[in-house]
Design a protein around this ligand. Sequence first.
Ligand code: HEC
Ligand code: HEC
Ligand code: HEC
Ligand code: HEC
Length: 219
Amino acid sequence: MRNMKRVLSTASIALLLGSTAAMAGIAESKHNLSTGNAGADDNGRICVYCHTPHAANTAMTGAPLWNKPLPTTAAFAMYGQTIAGTQTADAPSMVSLACLSCHDGSSALNAVINAPGTGAGNGAIGNAGTMSGIAAIGADDLTNDHPISIDYIPGRASLVPVDTPLTGDGWGAYTTVGQLLRNGKVECGSCHDPHEKQHGTFLRNSNVGSKLCLTCHNK
Ligand code: HEC
Ligand code: HEC
Ligand code: HEC
Ligand code: HEC
């Protein structure tokens, strides 16, 4: 009886979630390239444009089971030195290069390492295409973007300690500011969750009232 009740309430929670703002929802987002830019021959797969269960690109450390080659852009102009005196790395970290392997404006969106199907091996799926307009935020030049591949040094630029709890809901499994960092650095994935569309522009949380910015910067 008690079990039955639990099953029923789980079902009604699922219904509730389904009928209101669903979490994640990559299928309805711009990161579902299967219905977006890249087109046919992908067996309707969504994850395959970025991940593969086998033969992943292990050179892209931090980007798990990565299914894409390095970006074709040879070098990115980095942000450089901040007012507080922190220097960005000479090149983007691999986990940000993963994003830039589409968002550089020159790499083919459909270039994958392991295409769907037995032994499909290297190649491309669907129609080739590249990013254009403002979505190509890293077209060689990252000097006009919030610094990435930069150490998070609390105190500089009013940055809060890494053990500061994340406040409010919408953070998924994350509980502290430190979990936003990748290897101690700010990367694309610090502010964006490429699977999560509920906050708009794949942000990790709402930026209403600049909430996301104020999570790190105590301004
Ligand atoms: C547009 C590219 C892209 C697509 C499509 C994509 N992912 Fe990811 N995924 C990434 C990147 C980049 C990361 C690492 C991001 C970070 O630093 O947090 C990641 C991380 C992950 C992680 C580890 C982080 C975590 O959430 O715990 C899982 C699991 C994952 N993806 C599953 C999936 C699945 C399942 C799909 C298909 C339904 C999918 N991804 C589709 C780019 C993508
Ligand atoms: C497989 C290619 C691919 C990869 C890898 C990829 N994206 Fe995208 N992304 C896209 C496409 C395609 C769009 C839609 C572009 C457009 O609207 O012109 C997009 C759009 C976006 C947008 C804008 C969403 C909106 O609502 O306008 C953001 C933000 C974004 N991506 C962030 C990221 C981040 C951060 C990563 C890495 C964690 C990443 N992307 C990795 C293909 C990719
Ligand atoms: C410090 C936080 C932060 C970092 C780091 C960051 N972004 Fe963003 N990004 C944002 C915010 C906030 C927006 C929404 C801006 C808006 O609404 O115009 C955004 C918007 C975007 C867009 C949509 C285009 C636009 O400006 O409207 C793309 C694409 C994107 N980001 C990709 C990336 C990629 C790729 C990286 C890593 C190279 C990255 N972002 C790093 C905060 C960040
Ligand atoms: C995940 C943490 C994090 C988030 C979120 C974040 N930042 Fe930053 N921000 C940093 C770090 C790290 C630096 C480098 C600080 C330093 O050492 O100078 C920085 C630096 C800056 C700088 C100073 C750059 C310079 O040249 O001195 C500005 C301005 C800034 N961020 C604005 C923003 C805005 C606006 C947002 C929201 C869209 C935002 N930040 C979100 C971590 C973050």
